[in-house]
Each structure stands twice: as C-alpha cells, then as structure tokens.
Design a protein around this ligand. Sequence first.
Ligand SMILES: Nc1ncnc2c1ncn2[C@@H]1O[C@H](COP(=O)(O)OP(=O)(O)O)[C@@H](O)[C@H]1O
Ligand SMILES: [Mg+2]
Length: 260
Amino acid sequence: MDKLEKALQKAREDRERVLAAAMPPLEADPEPPPEPVRTMTRPLSPTELERHRVVVRSGKGDNIDLFRMLRTKVIQQMESANLRTLAITSPQYGDGKTTIAINLAMSLALDVKQTVLLVDMDMRKPSVHEFLGIEPALGLSDYLLRNVPLSDCLVKPNVERLVVLPVAGSLHDSSELLGTPKMARLAAELKSRYPDRIVIYDMPPLLTQDDTLAFLPQVDGVLLVVRDGVSPIAQVRACAESLTGRNFLGTILNDSRFSA
Ligand SMILES: Nc1ncnc2c1ncn2[C@@H]1O[C@H](COP(=O)(O)OP(=O)(O)O)[C@@H](O)[C@H]1O
Ligand SMILES: [Mg+2]
C-alpha cells in the first residue's frame, strides 16, 4: 500500500468512525416495519408546480407527452424484468434529476395499476418538497438519525396513488447516510412490502457524492439524467462506466435542443 492509499484508507476509517458514533445502534432500533401513510393529504400549489416544471400534474407545458413516453418505456422495462425500485441520478447538480423524478413519479401514479413512492435521497440539497410546494416537518433524515417512525415522515400530496418521503431541512454532513445498513434495510423494506408499488429515488449526483454509487446496488434499476449542452462528455462517460455492469437501465437526455 503506498502513502496515498494509506491516507485514503485512514480517511475512510475516520469517516466510518464518526458516522458510527452519530448513528443509533442498529440492534436498538425498535421500529416495526413501515406502515401505510397516516399523514393528512397535503394540497399541492399549482403555482409552485408550474414554476418548477412539474408539467404532468399542472397539465400545462409542451413536455407532457415526453413524460408519457418515458413512463411507457419505464413500465415496459420494469414489468419485463420484474423491477420495482428505480434510482434517478446524474453527473452533477442542476442536470434535472428532481424535475424528472417528480414528473415521472406523477406520470406513473396516473396509471391505476400501481402506487408510487417518491423518495428524496438528496439530504444535502433536498428539493422534492420545494418543487411540490410543501413544507414537511419530518423526513428521511429524521427516520435515519432520530428513529422517527417512517409513517410520521411520509407525506400524501393530493395526487392519487402518490406518496412522498421528503427530507425536512438539509444536512450538510449527512451524505454518508445513504450507505448505512439502516438505509439498506429501509430500501429492502420499501421494495418488499407492497407488490404493486414503484419506488422512485431522487438521488444526489453520481460524481460529487461517492455514497450515491454505494447506494445503487439497493435498487433494481438506475436511470442517468444528462443535460444537453451542460453535462460534459467526459463526465457522462465516467458515469456510464461506473454504472456499466450494474442495474443501469438507460440515459435520459434532459433539456434537449432536439424535438422528439
Ligand atoms: N428540461 C428543462 N428545461 C428547463 N429547465 C429545466 C429543465 N430541467 C430542469 N430544469 C431546471 O433546472 C434546475 C435544476 O433542475 P433540478 O431538477 O433541480 O436538477 P437536479 O435535481 O439534478 O439538481 C431547476 O431550476 C429546474 O426547474
Ligand atoms: Mg435534485
């Protein structure tokens, strides 16, 4: 092991120690399996939806058909391989992950065959709640760090068959939470509990947070969002390489200058 490798190894070990100290002990987790949502329905703000390009719900915008097409493709791929959970990531911030995750989740929820759970996994820059115009008191980080019951963290917007697990507040140092055993257990639980539910994870970027990649084995499929004219080709290649051989389903070209 050379000096650099040793230093990296030590940094990794230090980080794991800090994290282990911050996390509640796993065996002390008294929580029963997640229950169905008991929270009240939250009405969404049409103005906020429109401002954040949540076109599927607002019914306005040129891209509704594109999301219908995306939904059809996603459903086909998921049904043919019996996939139930899907992560949406991209090289960097600003590529359109959240925009696509929310529109896709709403589009899937329009299909009566399944319910959809949309999970905000970006604890550093959570924005699902902002796009939807809701202010959650509790969210994923409260479940992971404070043992708050999951059912208290779930939000039911007034969109049929859609449930949201938001993040309340942002946690700058919590990105490593995605790689913890508790998060892995939650992902397994969310997948197995309801057979007719699709779980969409709105992930952090792939290239700026190493635990994004660490979490991806917990999901059935991964979609990579690439922003036309913004994502550098070298970064797209780096992402494709790190996803190859895993559960990589395909790439979505966002904000394309080409029409469908
Ligand atoms: N296709 C698009 N056309 C125009 N603006 C977009 C498009 N996709 C995303 N945006 C805008 O770009 C910004 C970043 O999008 P966001 O979904 O938050 O990216 P990420 O989740 O990857 O950080 C937001 O202001 C969003 O409204
Ligand atoms: Mg985002």
